[in-house]
Design a protein around this ligand. Sequence first.
Ligand code: SF4
Length: 237
Amino acid sequence: MQLTVNDIQKYLDLKHATAEDTLKWALTSFGDRIAIASSFGAEDVVLMDMAVRIDPEVKIFTLDTGRLHQETYDLMDRIRERYNINIEVCFPDKNKVQEMVKNHGLNPFYESTDLRKLCCRIRKIEPLLEKLKDLDAWICGLRQEQAVTRFEIKKVENDHLNNIIKINPLEDWTDEEVWEYIRKNDVPYNKLHDIDFPSIGCAPCTRAIKPCEEIRAGRWWWEEPEKKECGLHNRND
Ligand code: SF4
């Protein structure tokens, strides 16, 4: 009998599976058909640190939109050196980027949500979908606490749209737990976190937040909170 995602979630719940337990289960179960998707945020560096301890050969990929902060590129190199790992960098289709820039300019995201989504689709979503074709499961650093769009996240989810399983080992972690792990294990992190960027995406679409603003308030700050996803983590259930 084939296990369903609900069966797996129940099994992990029954075991009171920690993030490490979940990662171990996932890496063992899917072998070379699973990878961590990292955007080098605080949650991602925690996941990478945990995963490398479990499997030094763990597959990690990232999406380079071409518009990231210099601090993010610096961190990629620090992580490579610290763990002696290879990180696969996925790029957008050059022709599609050129066409978008020709039609809408270099900064179309500020003009409308539709153009912002077009940019996210070309620079992030399409390269991700291409990469997911190689995999049966992917691991993400999503947490319920991060945003109103993420309250329903589970440790294991079925992504029917892409016919793949998505694992969120840190689903129930708090912000404090993430930072406690980083400090305790001296994990390299993005320097932008020190200047009030709790959530980091592309440079033109991320700003620092004010005290008492929610974690993702600095992402696409000109849009309504319900629209603040780029499409990488759209839910289908
Ligand atoms: Fe484009 Fe901004 Fe989306 Fe990055 S976050 S892909 S720059 S719209």
